[in-house]
Write a protein that binds this ligand. Structure first.
Ligand SMILES: *Cc1c(COP(=O)(O)O)cnc(C)c1O
Length: 226
């Protein structure tokens, strides 16, 4: 398996070029290394070459890596989260990318002792297999969260379908960006909604061109071992 350092250098160059093409500042784009398919050792290797953000999609994997790495990373929970499992991870996560229902917001709000920065997950493609709210539901969902003092909506997240030609995902990423702009205009103090979590191994360059601030990369950055 290639060294994480070599993969990272290639990805950073791609990001710099995509940012340049779209008139963006590359410093505004954060790489989250998705470590769900790799060992704790490999996650540590990512940290050692300068990755700051780690993402996991299941409680077990999250807790196993958190136990060893703790404060050396910023922790992103990116997978679908069961309400009854919120209490196991809530004191360790820095960001949750998968807020998609009010019952989950309620549980996060209840279990956390401090503000939790959350991304609202949106199913932009409308595929049935994907989690997330429909585009039309997002504004009223966010307006409805005002009473949850521990929830802060920092952005929107989506997962595009896997397609051979990443260009096909562009309209979906653009749609998420326009929705983000619409939410920002509401000027809700608990929903600054500045960020866009979109783009994975297959489509991060298009995502950056369309405004991604957080790209979640597993396979192409750290690989797949487990
Ligand atoms: C696995 C996963 C990723 C990373 O996928 P790759 O294609 O391996 O880069 C990103 N986001 C979510 C939500 C994931 O579950």
């Amino acid at each position: 398996m290639a060294a994480v350092r070599d993969n990272l250098i290639g990805i950073q160059a791609d990001i710099a070029q995509a940012a340049e093409r779209s008139g963006r500042n590359k410093e505004d784009i954060h790489i989250i290394a998705v470590t769900k398919y790799v060992t704790i050792e490999r996650a540590k290797e990512a940290i050692s070459v300068g990755i700051h953000h780690l993402g996991e999609n299941r409680n077990e994997g999250f807790l196993a890596k958190f136990a060893e790495i703790r404060d050396s990373a910023v922790w992103h929970f990116i997978g679908s989260l069961q309400s009854r499992k919120v209490k196991d991870i809530i004191h360790h996560v820095d960001y949750i990318h998968s807020l998609d229902r009010k019952s989950l917001a309620k549980e996060i709000n209840k279990r956390s002792k401090k503000t939790v920065p959350c991304f609202v997950q949106v199913n932009v493609s409308g595929e049935e297999s994907k989690h997330g709210l429909a585009v039309e539901e997002v504004e009223s969902f966010i307006k409805d969260l005002a009473a949850f003092e521990n929830i802060q909506i920092v952005g929107l997240m989506t997962m595009a379908p896997h397609v051979d030609n990443p260009e096909e995902t562009r309209p979906l990423f653009k749609k998420l960006r326009l929705l983000r702009d619409q939410i920002q205009k509401l000027n809700l103090d608990y929903a600054p909604c500045e960020y866009l979590s979109m783009g994975m191994s297959n489509d991060y360059e298009v995502a950056v061109e369309e405004g991604a601030t957080h790209i979640r990369i597993g396979t192409k950055l750290v690989g797949k071992e487990i």
